[in-house]
Design a protein around this ligand. Structure first.
Ligand SMILES: Cc1cc2nc3c(=O)[nH]c(=O)nc-3n(C[C@H](O)[C@H](O)[C@H](O)COP(=O)(O)O)c2cc1C
Length: 164
């Protein structure tokens, strides 16, 4: 059995965090892609409303097979204080019964906690046991700083303990 990191990233920051986690935790990665165009000011506004309303979106991959994993990390940027539509969509297509779940949220500066709270409610409703969570503020940070911050979280939260 193994660890899977399932995440969405629009701008690449959550992607970098997921890849850093995967490297240190010997985990597999699956990046969820949102087929809606989220670029530009107008689309960002619409994206915030969609996140607030928990609107579903079209995603690739459409489904993720969790059979071979017992620990699942789920990562999402914070949009208007909420998880992203792509992550809400994939969570509602998964059964987390018997799975240990670690949640992580990225944000510029604020509301990562409300993102985590909602993610936790959603995955618990689908059978997960949430064993850990963390947020990471990303605004103004270089890629190198994002990597060292992620490595510090791995140490501080002793995430290697959950490796099987
Ligand atoms: C539509 C939208 C809404 C956002 N809302 C918030 C927010 O409420 N609080 C915050 O601190 N950052 C917010 N952000 C910033 C992102 O959460 C942050 O930059 C994140 O690290 C981006 O991750 P990514 O590069 O993996 O897409 C928002 C970004 C977008 C595009």
């Amino acid at each position: 059995m193994a660890t899977l990191i399932m995440y969405y990233s629009q701008g690449g920051t959550t992607d970098l965090i997921a890849k850093t986690l995967a490297k240190h935790l010997d985990a597999s990665l699956v990046r969820i892609h949102d087929l809606k165009n989220r670029d530009g000011f107008k689309n960002r506004f619409i994206a915030s409303i969609s996140a607030f309303r928990e609107s579903k979106t079209d995603i690739i991959p459409a489904k993720v097979d969790l059979t071979n994993y017992d620990t699942i990390y789920i990562g999402s940027p914070t949009w208007a204080g909420n998880p992203t539509p792509a992550i809400i969509t994939i969570i509602d297509r998964c059964n987390f019964t018997g799975k240990d779940v670690v949640l992580f949220a990225t944000m510029d500066t604020t509301h990562g906690d409300s993102n985590i709270e909602r993610l936790e409610e959603k995955v618990k409703m689908r059978g997960a046991r949430v064993i850990e969570s963390f947020t990471l503020a990303t605004k103004g940070k270089s890629p190198e700083k994002i990597v060292t911050d992620t490595e510090a979280i791995i140490e501080m939260k002793d995430l290697k303990m959950y490796k099987r």
